[in-house]
Design a protein around this ligand. Structure first.
Ligand SMILES: Nc1ncnc2c1ncn2[C@@H]1O[C@H](COP(=O)(O)OP(=O)(O)OP(=O)(O)O)[C@@H](O)[C@H]1O
Ligand SMILES: [Mg+2]
Length: 232
């Protein structure tokens, strides 16, 4: 086993002629929390989707541990076999399913026996501190509660890599900062390998072991533990 949890090697993704991700190379170590910081449109979501297998690269390779999961124009391991948890920018909870149903869907797809499921669901709802919400529907929850459900759904399958796409962007400042604290707690408690995407420097400062800055599809600054402005 290599000392790398996930690795993008010279990855490019074009939409028409636009290079949304332009020759990006990035290694994330096991249990490391990497924050990708950059302005709107710089390619952050596209990079996460490439790692997840929701897009395939036009050039380059993606590896998880010592397994290559994608190469030029092809996926070698499909998303549901990459052992990922993904919190999407818009959360994307399934509105017709209760909180418990959202989590159960994941466990069913992983073929976790029904007998084990309720314990796993209770455990993860406790972890994100919304125990007792299993029977509610997403529209019956506040923004912050929905955010916790999205996180619970990403964690319930016990992923080896957690991908978070601006999961706090819909929250007000106070709730956002409380949730940031919760995320740090969970990362440490579970020793999660995390790639966290944001345009918010405060998120980056709190959550990152390492900050990677992106502009126009490229990594412009890496291998530093804090964002640019704080180093001066
Ligand atoms: N499916 C697509 N088809 C065409 N262009 C796309 C597609 N997805 C993304 N793009 C373009 O690629 C670029 C990068 O998009 P991406 O969503 O990765 O940016 P982002 O950094 O996540 O931005 P934001 O902070 O606003 O979420 C943008 O110019 C966007 O318009
Ligand atoms: Mg995005």
């Amino acid at each position: 086993m290599s000392g790398v949890a996930v690795s993008a090697r010279n990855v490019t993704k074009r939409f028409a002629t636009h290079r949304a991700v332009d020759n990006v190379t990035l290694d994330v170590a096991p249990s490391e929390s990497v924050v990708i910081l950059g302005p709107s449109g710089c390619g952050k979501t596209t990079l996460l989707r490439l790692i997840a297998g929701l897009e395939v690269p036009d050039t380059g390779e993606i590896w998880m541990g010592d397994v290559q999961v994608a190469g030029v124009n092809r996926s070698l391991v499909p998303p549901h076999r990459r052992q990922l948890g993904f919190v999407f920018q818009d959360l994307a909870l399934w509105p017709h399913l209760t909180v418990g149903g959202n989590l159960q869907f994941v466990l069913d797809s992983l073929r976790v026996p029904r007998a084990e499921q309720s314990e796993r669901i209770d455990e993860v709802l406790r972890l994100v501190r919304i125990e007792g919400f299993a029977r509610r529907y997403p529209h019956e929850l506040s923004g912050g509660e929905q955010q916790r459900v999205a996180l619970a759904r990403a964690l319930v399958g016990r992923p080896r890599l957690l991908l978070l796409d601006e999961p706090l962007s819909s929250l007000d400042a106070e709730l956002g900062s409380a949730m940031r604290g919760e995320l740090v707690r969970l990362q440490r408690a579970l020793a999660l390998t995390t790639v966290y995407v944001t345009h918010d420097r405060e998120d980056a400062a709190v959550l990152a072991d390492r900050v990677i800055e992106m502009r126009a599809g490229q990594i412009v600054r890496a291998n530093d533990t804090r964002p640019t402005e704080e180093r001066a």
